[in-house]
Design a binder for this molecule. Structure first.
Ligand code: HXC
Length: 516
């Protein structure tokens, strides 16, 4: 064969691989409102940078007529390219090939790019659209999943791992995304559940559609499995690219510093008027965050879940930071089970990738009640204490108003190795709110007085005068400074600059035992 003929054969095979399951199945994919695996790759990577690996891999199964049902590349496209001009690895499951089902070789392809991403210290994006384990391959395809979970786990904290769910993920298949750092889902097409509607109906009798059971919104809002729920695939991949921009390539790097053009010394007059003087009145903590960070650009993560707590990425002085904040607009910003889980996970995500933590505090305490106690607020709340204590990244906090009790301690306090704790003059640091404190400490005095209501009010005022300010805590050094709210931006930027060289090593151990 002449070289020209060999090249022609190569090109023919390459075209065949690119065609996936063929035009009819591609048409069916589009008819479902879904893009193909390769169209998704094109949205993720910088144009023309994607390099495919293993396009000629085929499965080895011969049962159930599978010897005649082979597709070049099998059911997944894998490779690497540039995102924002930085090396990134990806796999994209091809639903047009046997429903994107996971075969032994598909798993080998996926694990290979995961190995390459870890070896080369670059992030990894998995795009999921699959009917699950390849039924014809039996136990081989189950082992194939197990291998992926192991890779996800071993590389956790090594390189950022992102999952994009743009099709079905059912059964055990849901657990690869669940182990990764961030999960994106697209409404209407991304679905994730342990068992589908039919099984649910037969076991529990509940009637529920697949979208109600495991659609993007329900996973982003109720279960918290998804960090983002987007309207379209285009919007979704734009956001994946933006998120990657905040993250370093691996645990060995610090996040990039870029010139955002925002003056580090910018004063924000509005910050004087966001926190109401009435200490129970709600306000939107997001307004404070956006006034402080560079150009007001805040990428909220997990925004629909546990809305009493806000987490996300922004930049300060061009440097990427993780923000955590109580949200007084929802449940008065109380810490409950979901908020603790969300916050603890975010602290650890930032800590493994060297992203400093900036925490805004306005918290009345942990959520009381049998529901929370019985479901384990102690165990879940402990995660947040553990995560903040263990984290070695720079930790700066700003108390804007209430910081009561155990929740004050949990929110990046100095006793949990917070580096710099600032308070606004509106801050109140106490064991609990004045009303609760007076009811306990002065119970006898109130009940024995001639006018209990008046006595109670007088005692509340006395307690408030003493503790409803930041100066008692500042006098003991628990607060490093009480600052003019307008200067918050420059104060935090300077603190982070000062902490740039921070080096802390935790005591030697195999690994800590976070209360899961
Ligand atoms: C082999 C599969 C497949 C699978 C789909 N296909 N799932 N082939 N193994 N798991 C094939 C179909 O036969 C069909 O082939 C093509 O993919 C498209 O599937 P459709 O059913 O036509 O598509 P759609 O109507 O969109 O429905 C998608 C679906 C459905 C909801 C995902 O296919 C489905 O229910 N599949 C089975 C899901 C499942 O139970 N998987 C096993 C989960 S258990 P043709 O040739 O007709 O186009 C699991 C265990 C993991 O994953 C354990 C890890 C520890």
């Amino acid at each position: 064969m002449e070289i020209e003929e060999k090249l022609a054969e190569l090109n023919k095979l390459r075209e065949e691989a690119k065609a996936g399951g063929g035009p009819k199945r591609i048409e069916a994919q589009h008819a479902k409102g879904k893009l193909t695996a390769r169209e998704r790759i094109a949205l993720l990577f910088d144009p023309g940078t994607f390099q495919e690996i293993d396009p000629f891999v085929i499965h080895r199964c011969t049962d159930f007529g599978m010897a005649e049902t082979r597709f070049l590349g099998d059911s997944v496209v894998t490779g690497y390219g540039k995102v924002n001009n930085r090396l990134t690895f990806a796999f994209s499951q091809d639903f047009t090939v046997l429903g994107g089902s996971l075969s032994e070789v598909a798993s080998q392809k996926i694990c290979q790019v995961m190995d390459l991403s870890a070896m080369n210290g670059a992030p990894f994006v998995g795009i999921l659209d699959s009917g699950g384990a390849r039924i014809q391959e039996g136990a081989d395809s189950l082992t194939a999943y197990g291998n992926i979970f192991t890779h996800n786990t071993l590389y956790s904290g090594t390189v950022p791992q992102i999952s994009v769910i743009v099709g079905p993920t059912a059964g055990g298949a849901v657990y690869s995304p669940a182990i990764t750092d961030f999960v994106f889902m697209v409404k209407g097409i991304g679905q994730s559940y342990i068992t589908g509607s039919e099984v649910v109906k037969s076991v529990t009798g509940e009637e529920v559609t697949l979208e109600e059971l495991g659609g993007a919104l329900v996973n982003a809002t109720k279960s918290g499995n998804a960090h983002f729920a987007l309207d379209s695939e285009e919007e979704c991949f734009r956001l994946v690219r933006k998120l990657l921009g905040f993250l370093p390539q691996s645990y060995k790097e610090t996040p990039s510093v870029i010139n955002t053009g925002d003056d580090p010394n910018r004063i924000s007059e509005e910050l004087l008027h966001i926190v109401p003087l009435e200490h129970t009145k709600p306000y939107n903590m997001r307004q404070i965050i956006t006034k402080v960070v560079d150009n007001g650009d805040f990428l909220e993560v997990h925004g629909r879940f546990a809305r009493n707590f806000v987490v996300g990425f922004a930049r300060l002085g061009g440097r990427s930071i993780g923000i955590l904040a109580n949200q007084p607009m929802h449940l008065a910003g109380v810490l409950d089970i979901d908020a603790s889980d969300k916050a603890a996970r975010f602290v650890r995500t930032c800590d493994c990738f060297n992203i400093p933590l900036v925490t805004f505090v306005d918290v009345p305490g942990y959520m009381p009640g049998t529901d929370q106690e019985f479901r384990g607020i102690i165990r879940h709340g402990a995660k947040l204490l553990f995560a903040y204590s263990e984290a070695t990244v720079p930790k700066v906090s700003i108390i804007t108003r209430k910081a009561y009790g155990g929740a004050y301690v949990a929110m990046s306090s100095k006793s949990l190795r917070g580096d710099i704790c600032y308070a606004w003059p509106t801050a109140e640091i106490a064991v609990m709110g004045p009303e609760g404190a007076v009811n306990i400490v002065f119970r006898n005095e109130i009940s024995k007085s001639e006018n209990p209501a008046e006595t109670r009010q007088r005692l509340i005022q006395g307690y408030r005068d003493k503790f409803a300010n930041p100066y008692v805590a500042a006098a003991r050094g628990y607060i490093d400074d009480v600052i003019d709210p307008r200067t918050t931006r420059s104060k935090v930027i300077r603190a982070l600059e000062m902490l740039q060289g921070k080096e802390v090593k935790n005591p030697p151990k195999k690994h800590g035992n976070i209360p899961l």
